[in-house]
Design a protein around this ligand. Structure first.
Ligand code: PLP
Length: 355
């Protein structure tokens, strides 16, 4: 078995892949999940259970809608301002990485954008904390986990304005207080399900406050009114997400997976900090539990280490091209035994170098 530290898309447990494969062949009475009508009671039950599980696992309070959308988090970059940023209003954004930059770029097509702070000058190796959010902002947007740089913002910034969060790469990895957010969105493909599905959790009362006419497909309200079936939904992606949410529940839910994710991240960062060959790339207090970025003190050893790791069944650790070095993604489905395998490879490589 490979130890897959890839950043995605879609790292899910083997048992979920197996159940999904079976459903392609026979979901119900010999029919594939891909061929049954999305208007059947069987598929409606899939959507209803998936929605119920998202609400249960994240403890979503009443007054919020859970939506299954398409277009990835990237479409949310545009949908958020189209639905929440009125004419003449300004939205505030925290620029903590490329995804945040892309989000605010889309908002600029719709209205005014105020960047409250940015860590671009340090190649996004930390999360700015010292900033003010003007009280007249239409909303404040931030990215909770910066997948490329390996930083994570654990505390929701305090503000009186509506909070919008891109949780694409850490949703379902740790306990969150949904009541602190007005809109959460996530491309599903890290901890939820296959690419092609986007999850949005929308506080109903944040909608309907602006005059702009928004096309139906881009309007959260049309998806709420139609129970995420305004058009043909991504049936397979929703079904696989359901299987994965069931798996997460059977493991003890988000609090349990958070404890495991903490243990995995701590084990790997401990080795990065101990081993003289390696060093972390981010400010320690902002280190992500999902994407661990590190380099080697001697860059010439990076290729040999990558090769050595691959020979030991460790795949997907090559860093993003804008950071270099390594990125080990520790999504929910990655067992702690895989982290132990990586730590052991780092230790054995250190011993080899000493010889
Ligand atoms: N936001 C974050 C934090 C991401 O990690 C990604 C992709 O990895 C995106 C947004 C873009 O998501 P999508 O490809 O679903 O549009």
């Amino acid at each position: 078995m490979k130890h897959n530290f890839g950043a995605g898309p879609c790292i899910l447990p083997q048992e979920v892949f197996k159940q999904a494969a079976q459903a392609v062949l026979d979901f119900n009475d010999g029919l594939s999940i891909l061929e049954i009508s999305h208007r059947t009671s069987e598929f409606e039950a899939v959507v209803a259970e998936a929605e119920k599980l998202v609400k249960e696992l994240l403890n979503v309070p009443s007054g919020y809608s859970v939506l299954f959308l398409q277009g990835g988090a990237s479409l949310q970059f545009a949908m958020v301002p189209m639905n929440l940023l009125g004419d003449g209003q300004t939205a505030s954004y925290l620029d903590s990485g490329v995804w945040a930059t892309k989000a605010l770029k889309e908002a600029k097509f719709v209205g005014n954008v105020n960047v409250v702070a940015s860590s671009k000058e340090a190649n996004y190796t930390y999360i700015p904390k010292d900033f003010e959010i003007p009280a007249d902002s239409a909303y404040f947007h931030y990215t909770s986990n910066n997948t490329i740089y390996g930083t994570e913002l654990f505390d929701v910034p305090a503000t009186s304005v509506p909070v919008v969060c891109d949780m694409s790469s850490d949703i379902m990895s740790r306990v969150i207080d949904v009541s602190k957010f007005d809109l959460i969105y996530a491309g599903a493909q890290k901890n939820v399900g296959p690419a092609g599905l986007t999850i949005a959790i929308v506080k109903n009362e944040v909608l309907g406050k602006i005059d702009r006419k928004v096309p139906s497909m881009l309007n959260y309200q049309s998806h709420i009114d139609n129970g995420s079936m305004y058009n043909t939904p991504p049936v397979f992606s929703i079904y696989v997400a359901l299987l994965n949410l069931r798996w997460l529940k059977s493991k003890g839910g988000v609090a349990q997976i958070e404890a495991e994710n903490k243990a995995k991240a701590e084990a790997l960062y401990r080795e990065i900090d101990r081993n003289p060959l390696f060093k972390g790339t981010c400010k320690v207090e902002d280190r992500s539990r999902m994407n661990v970025c590190f380099v080697m003190e001697n860059p010439e050893l990076e290729k040999p280490f990558l090769k050595y790791a691959e020979e030991n069944g460790i795949v997907g650790i090559k860093g993003h091209r804008s950071v270099g070095g390594f990125r080990a993604s520790l999504y929910n489905a990655l067992p702690i035994t895989s982290v132990h395998a990586l730590v052991e490879a780092m230790q054995l490589f250190e011993e080899k170098q000493a010889k």
